[in-house]
Ligand binder design. Sequence first.
Ligand code: N0T
Length: 530
Amino acid sequence: LAAALICCAVAAPMPQIVKQGRKFTLLVDGKPFILLGGQVNNSTGWPSRMQEIWPVYKALHANTAEIPVYWEIVEPKPNEFHFEAVDQIIRDARAQNLRLVLLWFATWKNGVMDYAPGWVKADTAKYPRMIDSGGKPVRVLSPHSEATMHADRNAFAAFMRHLKEVDGDAHTVIMVQVENEPGSLFTDRDHAPASNKLFEGPVPAALTTALKKNAGTWTQVFGPEADEAFAAWHVAKYVNEVAAGGRKEYGLPLYVNVWLRERKNFMRPGEAYPSGGATSNVLDIWKVATPSIDVIAPDIYVMDYAGYRAVCESYGRPDNALLIPETGGFGAFARYMFYALADYDALGFAPFGIDRIGAGTVPDGVPGVSAGTSIADLVRPMMDNYRLLGPALDQIAAWQGTGKLHSAVEEDQITERLLTFTDYEVLAQFGRPEVSYGGTFASGTARKTGRAMVSEIAPDEFVILGFDTTIRFEPRRGSKLKSAQFLWVEEGKFENGEWKAARRLNGDETFFRLTLPSQGAILRAKLMSY
Ligand code: N0T
């Protein structure tokens, strides 16, 4: 019997990203999964170092760890592979009940080549550097080298084949990032003679046709963006080849992350951001060039909320799911998480630099934060988010894409938000009401901690999750309802997909408004009209 069980045990379905209607969903073990994670610092992908970091994930209630895998370490000599560290990390993650996203640091890491193995770095004839417009080689591998692409693809394929062997049944690893922020710093494109020749030639018909542009040279078709468009096409084709090689071995979802161009000085490619990466201005080119990549994912360090939302808007589009594999972990980003999950149906959200949580004070030079501030204080709102939202992720995943899940988030000068649902409107005001009789006007919190999401789960029933927010209901303007009254309100939580009410709220707790306190709460309210 045991033998029969073993022989017939069915492996869980592969992780995959599916699209139903306009909504993308990441499926893990066949079920919708919102990746709530964190990325470790760059030099932390070592089992010994991870021993100190696993407890941080536990404390956070994260469900996924994003950890790099280094080409220079897994292939120290051509075709000699070492996956011991990767294997140990997978075993440890499994023991922690965490999923993994592994990050393939190879030809590109932040627009340079630092993770290429020594034998690639040393052989500049076989693995050429890019040449800048002044004729000088730079610290970036050329995307025009077949030899370099083959070397990377060969290693990535070996890595994916190995993953299938060690994890093909358990699916602890749910997704793989191909490269890290590809593109080139120091030059807008390769100016080597052979590349210049290519640049003077026609734009491939596959690209002009897909973009519905007339045929012509790069300059004719793309004008002032020609060098960058050319770089994007060639970097994207290269990354797609690497991805395709790995995917053939093991079909996990693959994504590419982006060092954004938004809000960086004069936004010159190769100076303010790597040229040829999948920045918003060349995203269309990347989508044409990368059929083997599931998602192009922005690393969002944009500090202001309008800019943050604009990035979500430009990457979450009909042909691309929104996935945020890197973002900030400080105060404002705890608010932005609500936008990402509730308004843009993000598949996942992962602050960068998990190692630092709980450790020390902020060093000099971190934008928007004064040096010396305690990191624990700064990340507390994010940790609160994880604690509150973590157990409700299955529900949030089910509410995404319904059009009935909205965020209400406090910002400078924005002390209230009005959300519209089928029959009711919700007024969310941040902070505690100042006057409790004769009107309620919450006028904001000291540290901008107001953040909530509201989901209409039936026409007269709502779930409200969040912090430091005051909630009131009225019939939607124009609806035929005359009044709004609570039939009942509960405070509780979700457990294994079930709502567990802890108490009924009434009296002062519902009289003028509902309140989400500073430590957060999940409320469920049934309304009626009379
Ligand atoms: C990221 C990270 C890591 C405020 C930087 C961000 C990670 C890489 N690059 O810590 O190196 O591996 O993907 C680049 C965006 C910088 C803009 C910061 C503005």
